[in-house]
Design a protein around this ligand. Structure first.
Ligand SMILES: Nc1ncnc2c1ncn2[C@@H]1O[C@H](COP(=O)(O)OP(=O)(O)OP(=O)(O)O)[C@@H](O)[C@H]1O
Length: 248
């Protein structure tokens, strides 16, 4: 569960998030849409503590981060949130000198101190789940972009996060490789994972998401069910955005 109360985020004098209030329930799939520069990535990065919020407070799975709290308290809580949230980026950032299985279990061993044998077992289960058990011992450079992204998803899942955050997970992929990554995400959604997904894949957002958050200029301008958002967007910004993406 994610709750944000009056969140602002600025970089110097650039206010990137403006009074964000929103909730994501457990098992909910929320797609975050909006034009370039509207603050979608920053929203996700604030949730998992890659960026510090400038003001406001948020509750991620029961862990509260208040911008007004002492720095030490904030840092401790952000650390705890990191363990609850798995993040998958546009760039997969796998360790090039580690095999696929070692990439997947790295954080289990270094952060969670899981014994190697147990970590390997878990890693193998996850590789089967993303359909890459046969690539267990190869290096990332031998994989396609879609396969690398599936490894990155397995790596995030290895930490057993309560929430998965996806930041344009298919944007760096050749079009023919997008489907294999979306299908892993579809499965996760069906299994009841709580997910926030920044995406340009409108068909996926429409079919898989429970809710659409549409952002423009750092604000959540619309918060609606996909059927409603896509058929009758309320704001001029959303109408214009949909015209542009549907034309492409
Ligand atoms: N680390 C940073 N330092 C300074 N400015 C930043 C930083 N990160 C993001 N910004 C600025 O914040 C604004 C929102 O960026 P953000 O990446 O969140 O938008 P976005 O909606 O995800 O865009 P896109 O769809 O192009 O990825 C932009 O003006 C960007 O330049």
């Amino acid at each position: 569960m994610i709750k944000m109360y009056g969140i602002f985020k600025h970089f110097q004098d650039n206010e990137v998030l403006k009074e964000i209030n929103m909730e994501v329930a457990n098992r909910e799939i929320v797609a975050v849409l909006g034009p370039s520069g509207s603050g979608k990535s920053t929203l996700l990065r604030c949730i998992n503590g890659l960026e510090e919020i400038s003001s406001g407070r948020m509750d991620v799975n029961g862990i509260m981060v208040d911008a007004a709290a002492p720095k030490k308290t904030r840092q401790k809580n952000v650390q705890a949130i990191r363990l609850q949230t798995g993040m998958v980026f546009q760039q997969f950032n796998l360790y090039p000198h580690k095999t696929v299985i070692d990439n997947v279990i790295e954080a289990l061993i270094t952060v969670k101190k899981t014994p190697k044998e147990k970590a390997v077992q878990k890693g193998e289960t996850l590789l089967k789940r993303v359909g890459l058990m046969d690539k267990r011992n190869v290096y990332p450079s031998r994989l396609s972009g879609g396969q690398q992204q599936r490894v990155a998803i397995a790596r995030a899942l290895a930490m057993e996060p309560a929430i998965m955050l996806f930041d344009e997970p298919t944007s760096a992929l050749d079009p023919e490789l997008v489907g294999e990554v979306l299908s892993v995400m579809r499965e996760l959604a069906n299994e009841g994972m709580t997910m926030m997904i920044v995406t340009h894949e409108m068909k996926f957002a429409r079919e898989v998401a429970d809710r659409i958050l549409f952002m423009a200029d750092g604000r959540i301008v619309e918060d609606a069910a996909p059927a409603q958002f896509f058929s009758s967007p309320q704001s001029e910004r959303a109408k214009k955005f949909l015209h542009q993406v549907m034309d492409n």
